[in-house]
Design a protein around this ligand. Structure first.
Ligand SMILES: Cc1cc2nc3c(=O)[nH]c(=O)nc-3n(C[C@H](O)[C@H](O)[C@H](O)COP(=O)(O)O)c2cc1C
Length: 275
């Protein structure tokens, strides 16, 4: 059974923890006693840590999340909106990589940052497969190209839409149109039966994409690979994900060969206002 542990000397009975609890299971009777979980609803706690993080007095811990393990927010590290806009706009899909091995520690650091992404009900079911081997990636890219060939042969609408023949020709000419010669592929996988697997994986990989340049790396979504991982049995077998899990997104990673110097434009955002 879950508990919240309240330091009675620090608690000011302000009820903020109760107000922000997403499950509404922290009660504070008459503001006179310390907060506690509503009886018989303890197991609804999703361990999101909001109660620990919001308490201005550092009075609250969960069994699984001690207040001393939750570092204070640092105002000196907060981005202002100009910095945030520049950060978002300067992120680029990197498709040309240096011939340099990516250190495992750097990849672990990236995934550590990405795994702070939100997940539905804080269920944190996204797992990671890191393929840091050019040889293995070459094989997986080849299998993805086999799927492209199959789509062309079947006259699949995607073959025309993406002009897949060009990609196959590129592969046959020694250019990898699937993984672009990246040294690393990071695959996000999750239980097939989990309804939010696609969304949670997409958000986690987006965090990874944003985090990559902060450690000198570049990333790019591996769309063709993702299509093959979703439907091409030879590639699924080669991936050998844990039983019951499927790939819900993948990203190439490597050291960028070139630097970008400008922020490209996007189309105007299409917004309908209802006020
Ligand atoms: C779901 C998804 C799949 C993508 N798949 C590929 C891909 O297979 N190969 C590739 O080179 N770029 C791929 N991209 C990158 C897009 O082409 C890129 O995000 C877009 O052109 C905008 O450029 P930017 O990311 O540099 O801003 C993908 C992007 C997304 C979001």
């Amino acid at each position: 059974m879950r508990h919240i542990n309240v330091d009675q000397k620090k608690c000011k009975f302000d009820g903020i923890c109760s107000a922000v609890c997403p499950m509404g299971i922290i009660e504070l009777k008459d503001g006179a006693t310390v907060p506690k979980l509503v009886a018989r609803l303890e197991d609804l706690c999703i361990t999101c840590g909001h109660c620990v993080a919001i308490c201005p007095h550092g009075a609250l811990s969960l069994d699984e999340m001690k207040v001393e393990d939750c570092p204070p927010l640092r105002a000196d590290l907060a981005l202002d909106s100009e910095q945030a806009e520049h950060f978002f706009r300067s992120r680029r899909s990197i498709r040309v990589y240096r011939d340099k091995v990516v250190e495992r520690e750097k990849l672990a650091r990236l995934i550590d940052m990405a795994h702070y992404a939100p997940t539905a009900s804080n269920s944190q079911q996204v797992e990671w497969l890191v393929i840091n081997s050019k040889g293995q990636l070459q094989d997986l890219a080849g299998m993805s190209v086999d799927m492209l060939r199959y789509l062309i042969k079947e006259g699949h609408p995607l073959a025309k839409a993406y002009k897949l023949e060009r990609s196959v020709e590129a592969w046959e000419a020694g250019i990898d149109p699937v993984l672009r010669g990246a040294p690393v592929l990071v695959v996000a996988h999750a239980p097939k039966g989990y309804a939010m697997a696609q969304v949670d994986s997409g958000i986690a990989l987006t965090f990874l994409d944003l985090a990559a340049p902060t450690v000198g790396l570049g990333a790019c979504w591996a769309g063709f690979f993702m299509m093959a991982a979703a439907q091409w049995p030879p590639l699924q077998q080669a991936l050998a994900l844990p039983d019951g899990n499927a790939c819900f997104g993948a990203m190439m990673i490597g050291y960028p060969k070139y630097d970008y110097h400008r922020l490209p434009q996007r189309k105007e955002a299409v917004i309908s206002w209802r006020e």
